[in-house]
Design a binder for this molecule. Structure first.
Ligand SMILES: [Zn+2]
Ligand SMILES: [Zn+2]
Length: 357
């Protein structure tokens, strides 16, 4: 196993270019070349070391591998064996290399739940079908075919405990402490210990929920490998657009088109609410832009038991753009009758304009 840091051997930096490394190697090789240092054992050792370092760092592919493996790199290109790794494990390295893949926790999952505005009113329990990874139902996650796919570990004779001199490990390096080795993979999970599943899960949605709100369902993400803990499921709420209502916090806004005659004369008008419909009185002389408020007909206020926002009805007076001859005649008759008294704002406007010449 390589022990010397090749970068130190050549006196270069990890970020050095191949050209810089080449120059450093040439200088050192000339200095320690056996022809120049006859019968100098130390110079010969240095020369071999320098050459070995150059053979690795001078080759981009080998260099990349060396950078990845560090002290575990072997000049013959072989990956380190589990035993070799086991020998050099420390607590610090353990957190990087020591975790068995089959004890990894499961991943968190996200799921978008689209609700109708009406469902925001009550909240409640919703069923969602979530595709997720679950621990293999055939092998129980141990990755071996239950039908003769595992065999007692020879190194530890099935105990799972480290045998012989081990500096840092208490568990057998060959079987990772499991006491058995897998000789045939489980075919249901293809030896991964998990497989896909479509699970129907219950999600509690609070009343008054809003788009973008995250609901956490604990432990319902992907299940872990081996003893790994499951991830969580995050349900992201999305409230669908409504044909009548838009939302501002707990308040609802609805456009209310009324006719010119209703606006002038006043009228009883049926208007929608989240639960259905109700009748309101539009007062005579209502202009476009006026807001009629239905108190407590909005959405539930979060964390305020039973209290609700308001429903705002925004009046838009609809002016007909195509009139029959008869309608025109009637309207002209009205225009003759309705002078400045009937339209005080318009009268004042006209006066202001006249004042400007
Ligand atoms: Zn399996
Ligand atoms: Zn073992």
């Amino acid at each position: 196993m390589a022990r010397r840091d090749y970068y130190n051997v050549l006196g270069v930096k990890k970020a050095s270019s191949t050209d810089e490394i080449k120059r450093a190697f040439r200088g050192l090789a000339l200095k320690y070349h056996p022809d120049r240092n006859p019968d100098d054992v130390e110079a010969e050792r240095r020369f071999r070391e320098i050459t070995e370092a150059w053979e690795v760092l001078g080759d981009p592919q080998k260099r990349a591998q060396y950078d990845r493996l560090g002290g575990f790199y072997k000049p013959n290109g072989q990956p380190p064996s589990p035993d070799e790794l086991g020998e050099y494990f420390t607590e610090a390295l353990g957190s990087i290399f020591g975790k068995r893949a089959d004890n990894q926790p499961g991943e968190d999952l996200r799921y978008t739940l689209t609700l109708e505005l009406e469902q925001v009113l009550t909240g409640g329990e919703h069923s969602v079908t979530v595709p997720r990874q679950i621990r293999c139902t055939r092998c129980g996650g141990d990755t071996a075919d239950p039908d003769g796919g595992r065999k007692d570990c020879e190194a530890c004779e099935g105990s799972g405990k480290a045998v012989g001199r081990r500096l840092f490990r208490q568990t057998c390096a060959r079987c990772d402490g499991r006491g058995f080795v897998v000789v045939r993979k489980c075919d249901k999970c293809e030896g991964s210990g998990r497989h896909g599943s479509e699970d129907v899960l219950k999600v509690k949605v609070p009343a008054g929920v809003a788009t973008g709100q995250k609901l956490k369902v604990r432990a319902k993400g992907n299940e872990g490998f081996g003893d790994g803990t499951p991830g969580d499921l995050y349900v992201i709420v999305n409230i669908a657009d409504h044909p009548l209502f838009s939302r501002r916090g707990a308040d609802l806004i609805c456009e209310l088109p009324i006719t010119f005659a209703e606006a002038a004369l006043g009228a009883e008008v049926r208007v929608p609410t989240l639960e259905g419909a109700t009748t309101i009185r539009v007062p005579a002389g209502t202009s476009s832009g006026k807001v009629l408020r239905l108190s407590g007909q909005g959405l539930p206020l979060p964390k305020q038991q039973g209290r609700r926002g308001d429903l705002h009805l925004q009046v838009v007076v609809e002016i007909p753009d195509q009139l029959s001859a008869e309608q025109r005649a009637a309207l002209l008759g009205f225009a003759d009758l309705a002078g400045a008294d009937a339209h005080p704002k318009r009268a004042e406007f006209d006066r202001n304009v006249q004042g400007r010449g």
